[in-house]
Design a protein around this ligand. Structure first.
Ligand code: TRP
Length: 333
């Protein structure tokens, strides 16, 4: 039996952070043995909201690949490939744009949130508004049935499946499979400042390549319960970033639950919970940082991983594009 296919990816806008780790990366590591997995370095999509800084988008291709390899993504099991170098993705995007309306794109909750967060107002780059169709092209070009992503991406998978149904209906046969999002139960990790989204541009992230000092500083500055002034005071666990992170990374669940109870009652200082979290994060990141530094010494190897992965992905995506062109009944040469 052939393994089911997974396609997932990240915009190349900067190094990955522990939010990516707790979210999608964790699932991707788990899936690489049981599934045929493709990881897309989404540089074309990164450009849809970074046209002012293509340099960053280019540099981040290597950064994100280093992060993938450093956390344990194995290029012998997972194919890492570069979006801008897979022409079939762009071609499918153009075809799919005819099966989706501007109104539907504007209604996509992910797009709506991102337009607000980026302050685009009415000056929305057309490429940005249309990226759900491009993401549908990414997913379907690989005929992926499983897409491990953060919860913010769920509306994109939904819209992908709408496009799939339209294409299949037009073709009169099921050319493309529908895909299912696999979303971590833990939910999205907030920023160290307590804001809903951890992001490098927001300055509230802890990178997977963070130095020991950067980790200490981030934990020290972390948002807790602003009303928990003295150790004896009862404190809030809900909305307390330190506990949210402990929930995500602390494996001693029983120990953690008793700490939470003590914090709620009063008598547990922020310093204690922060020291616990810092120890856990230092232990999590140290081996990733070391492996990343080693890999960074051999950039030719990293480029080779991307080149070989992209070659492999090219055959696959070209084949799907031809099927779609044919299925739609367009002229074939
Ligand atoms: N939109 C994803 C992000 O913001 C990146 C991405 C591009 C992606 N193409 C994809 C994710 C296909 C899953 C499947 O990180």
């Amino acid at each position: 039996m052939t393994k089911p296919t997974i396609l997932t990816g990240d915009r190349t806008t900067g190094p990955l952070h522990i939010g990516h780790y707790a979210g999608s990366l964790h699932n991707r590591l788990r899936f690489q043995d049981s599934h045929e997995q493709f990881l897309l370095l989404a540089d074309s999509q990164a450009l849809t909201d970074n046209a002012h800084d293509p340099d960053k988008v280019r540099r981040s291709v290597i950064e994100v690949t280093l992060d993938y390899l450093a956390v344990g993504i194995d290029p012998a099991k997972t194919t890492i490939c570069l979006q801008s170098h897979l022409p079939a993705l762009a071609e499918l995007s153009m075809l799919y744009l005819n099966f989706v309306t501007v109104a539907r794109l504007e209604r996509n909750p992910t797009i709506k949130d991102e337009i607000r967060a980026r302050g685009f107002g009415r000056d929305i780059p057309a490429g940005f508004l249309c990226y759900p169709a491009a993401q549908a092209a990414d997913i379907t070009a690989f005929k992926a049935t499983i897409v491990p992503v953060g919860e913010d991406q769920a509306p994109l998978i939904e819209q992908t499946n709408e496009i799939v149904r339209r294409i299949n209906a037009t073709a009169g046969r099921p050319i493309l499979p529908e895909a299912q999002a696999v979303i971590p139960q833990s939910g999205r990790l907030p920023g160290v400042d307590g804001k809903a989204k951890m992001s490098k541009s927001g300055g509230n992230a802890i990178a997977l390549s963070a130095s020991p000092d950067a980790i200490s500083a981030a934990v020290r500055a972390m948002f807790t319960d602003p009303n928990h002034l003295r150790v004896e005071d009862p404190g809030k666990v809900q909305g307390n970033v330190v506990f949210t992170y402990l929930d995500a990374f602390d494996e001693d669940r029983a120990g953690l639950e008793s700490l939470k109870a003590q914090y709620r009652r009063g008598g547990l200082g922020d310093g204690r919970i922060k020291r616990r979290l810092e120890g856990i994060l230092q232990a999590l990141i140290a081996p990733i940082r070391e492996r990343r530094a080693q890999l960074a010494e051999d950039p030719a190897y990293v480029v080779d991983v991307i080149r070989r992965g992209t070659e492999k992905a090219r055959n696959r995506t070209e084949a799907t594009k031809r099927e779609v062109v044919q299925g739609l009944g367009l002229f074939m040469l």
